[in-house]
Design a protein around this ligand. Structure first.
Ligand code: GLC
Length: 746
């Protein structure tokens, strides 16, 4: 009988939905949530606000309606068991929402998010998220805690690996692409999973690049740099947000009414669900922001945090807080309604169970092909003296280094459901390549792991280096050296890797360095000694085939840095969209510390903002990346020279492939507001397009740039575009090569 009722409900619901407009659909889901809400007891309502970690609860709690969501339960059998109790034994049959950190792939591991940002290819990133969602959903996961869109300018921070870089616009577009990929075209489709935009907010602004640390940030910068990606993802329809561990100017995000209630809810009119981070509600006691867990529950509820992850302050204190009048029934009902609405949108009431047979096989060729393409497009060519792509004349190749055959580490951080057993390592692929091309391949790890303090088998390293026509040296970090709470104060190559570089380069043979890491590393002194350098980040399951194709020229590298690479850790924070300051350094004024005369007088004139020992420029700037071909940027034009605040600026950029390879190029568009009521950045990314040009091909790339996107929050905290002169710049890096001027009129 019950199944018959469900079928009738499904038919009625589907008819209702199909005959509604988007806005009406939203209301339909909310109306259904409201209707259910009316039937719920207070205990059942509070139960929806509770997220438990897999295995940490009893069936009886599920039957009592005491749980709204479960994270980290990935046995489909156990999920269906729990769900059957929720749907069939509990009083109201409200489905459980199963959640997991599906950060860059589920079984098929994509490159780490920072690497994916280096593709500057939103469509490809969306594909990767679609693959992740399909595989996660086949394991019963209907909610991922991704995309992570924290802006950071500090590569010491371990979670830089997990974010999309230093720039607000690039992060916005790539984050929105992930939301689309996870949530699919239809939320109720069996392969769609809810996105969760995190960590709200300013988590990447951690002082000293130390995870969980204080974030001191002026509200203008919060609104102009940190928040736009969150607003973009909310506009993309992300079903949920997660608050961050850190405090913002002394107020923890999870109890921050200004951030969550005033901005997210009231200014942005966000109606999705907000979940805390792992026990971040009760951590407000540790912050010294709440005297006890009851007070922290009150702070989180007042900030409109709907669901508590893993801790128990809501289930323990909300009833008491309601009875004493500290919170209202409306607050609880609003939270429950938002959670139920997500469950209705996902179709969980109609399809609460998972049958893996209804889904494509994980790790199928199509999924692996997306992972390989993402790994290819995320690799950034930092240097090439012409040794790449590898010539057919090369007959003996030495593969050396701790990351040539590291199936676990190439996957990167946050790979809960990925397995090294599915990895194809560079050594494996290069060995195959060697066999099919009649190349002799010699191999020595050199260091057991990236942190090893001694070179193992030094004689073998030296001998194969001498025998080889070419050496490919795989350097970098084990995956555990980045990720949550895995920050480094020194971002040089770990262990004895530099010693290994010196040993290998002493052979006098050409050396290609391939770096695998979860962050920018300060490797200037290594790159200086090699003929070429390819930055592959942690490229995921298909690292081997991707890197082999790149090295042998089946495809040209096209990655561009989503984050600035410092020359020295002491330069941090260093980023492209900095202000000029009143005394900007230029190459003319920069001194070398060794050139300073003894007892030189300390003059106060002619000084500029730089370091005596490391200057003022990065090793590589944001947006930088070489290709096997060359692109000449020929012209930049705008359709007018003067614009009003409501206009759109049409910018045409002409470029030509002047080299000998067909290749993709990321054309980047930057804007500089020359004078403003808050000193402006020297430039800001406002557009990018990845285009493919055959050898000799010319292309005109058009950008339509709304004048309204050129504004900022002024000292009165009002977003506005101030009239005046603006420079529009374009190029293949933030070191742009083309420039034109326009005026924004009153
Ligand atoms: C963590 C992370 C968060 C993750 C959550 C659940 O501590 O900060 O990003 O989604 O716990 O694993």
């Amino acid at each position: 009988m019950r199944n018959f009722t469900i079928i009738i409900k499904v038919l009625l619901f589907s008819f209702t939905i199909l005959s509604c407009s988007p806005g009406e659909k939203e209301n339909t889901f909310e109306k259904k949530a409201d209707k259910l809400l009316q039937k719920m007891t207070l205990d059942e309502k509070i139960g929806q606000l509770v997220q438990k970690n897999g295995g940490s609860f009893s069936d009886s709690l599920v039957k009592a309606g005491g749980i709204g969501s479960v994270l980290n339960e990935i046995s489909v059998e156990r999920q269906n068991h729990i769900q059957r109790i929720a749907m069939e034994d509990s009083r109201l049959g409200i489905p459980i929402l199963f959640a997991r950190d599906v950060i860059h792939g589920f079984n098929t591991i994509m490159p780490i998010p920072l690497a994916q940002a280096a593709t500057w290819n939103p469509a490809l990133i969306e594909q990767g998220a679609r693959v992740a969602a399909t595989e996660a959903a086949s394991s019963g996961i209907k909610w991922t805690f991704s995309p992570m869109i924290d802006i950071t300018r500090d590569p010491r921070w371990g979670r830089i690996a997990e974010c999309l870089g230093e720039d607000s616009y690039l992060t916005s577009e790539m984050g929105a692409a992930m939301v689309r990929g996870y949530q699919g075209d239809k939320l109720s489709d069996k392969t769609s999973i809810a996105a969760c935009v995190k960590h709200f907010a300013a988590y990447g602004w951690a002082e000293g690049g130390r995870d969980y640390n204080t974030a001191n940030i002026p509200e203008n910068d919060l609104r102009d740099i940190v928040l736009p990606p969150f607003k973009r993802c909310a506009a993309e329809g992300a079903l949920s947000f997660m608050t961050s561990f850190n405090d913002i100017n002394g107020v923890p995000a999870t109890g921050n009414e200004f951030l969550v209630k005033d901005i997210l809810r009231n200014e942005w009119d966000y109606t999705g669900m907000v979940v805390s981070d792992w026990v971040s509600i009760i951590q407000m006691v540790t912050h010294g922001f709440a005297p006890d867990e009851k007070a922290s529950a009150l702070l989180a509820m007042n900030a409109t945090v709907d669901m508590e992850m893993a801790s128990t302050s809501y289930e323990t204190y909300l009833k008491e807080l309601l009875d004493e009048g500290s919170i209202s029934q409306k607050q609880i009902d609003n939270a429950v309604r938002r959670i139920l609405t997500v469950k209705y949108k996902l179709g969980l009431f109609e399809s609460p169970y998972t049958n893996p047979d209804d889904f494509p096989e994980p790790l199928n060729n199509e999924h692996l092909a997306v992972s390989k393409k993402a790994a290819i497009e995320s690799a950034v060519l930092l240097k090439n003296d012409g040794i790449l792509p590898v010539s057919e004349k090369i007959k003996t190749v030495a593969v050396i280094g701790p990351l040539a055959d590291a199936p676990h580490d190439q996957l990167g951080t946050w790979i809960f459901d990925g397995s090294k057993n599915n990895s194809v390592t560079p050594l494996e692929s290069l060995s195959e390549k060697a066999k099919s091309n009649g190349i002799t391949l010699l191999y020595e790890r050199g260091l057991k792991i990236s942190r090893s303090k001694e070179i193992s088998f030094p004689e073998k390293v030296k001998s194969i280096s001498k025998q080889a026509d070419l050496i490919i040296l795989f350097l970098g970090e084990e995956s555990i050296l980045s990720g949550e709470s895995h920050c480094r104060a020194d971002i040089d190559l770990p262990g004895a890797q530099e010693e290994l570089v010196n040993m290998v380069t002493a052979s006098g043979k050409p050396v290609i360095a391939v770096f695998m890491a979860g962050r920018p590393l300060t490797v200037e002194n290594v790159i200086e000694k090699t003929n070429a350098a390819l930055y592959a980040w942690h490229p995921g399951t298909m690292a081997g085939p991707a890197l082999t194709d790149l090295l042998w020229g089946a495809v040209s590298p096209s990655g561009k840095l989503p984050v600035t690479f410092p020359r020295h850790v002491g330069q941090i924070p260093i980023y492209y969209s900095h202000r000029t300051t009143g005394k900007p350094a230029t190459n003319e004024t920069w001194e070398h510390i060794d050139d300073i005369p003894v007892e030189a007088p300390q003059l106060s004139i002619g000084n500029t903002s730089h370091y005596l020992d490391y200057g003022f420029e990065p090793m590589f700037p944001f947006g930088y990346g070489l290709s096997y071909t060359t692109f000449e940027y020929q012209s930049i034009e705008t359709d007018k020279t003067a614009y009003s605040a409501t206009d759109t600026i049409q910018v045409s950029v002409k470029l030509i492939n002047t080299g000998n390879y067909n290749a993709a190029e990321v054309v980047q568009l930057y804007v500089h507001d020359k004078v403003a009521s808050r000193a402006p950045a020297v430039k800001q990314l406002k557009g990018f397009k990845k285009v493919f040009l055959k050898q000799g091909e010319k292309k005109t790339v058009i950008f339509n740039l709304p004048v309204s996107s050129l504004g900022f929050h002024n000292l009165a905290m009002k977003y506005m575009v101030e009239p005046g002169e603006f420079e529009i710049m374009a190029g293949g890096s933030s070191d742009t090569t083309l420039e034109t001027g326009i005026v924004i009129e009153n």
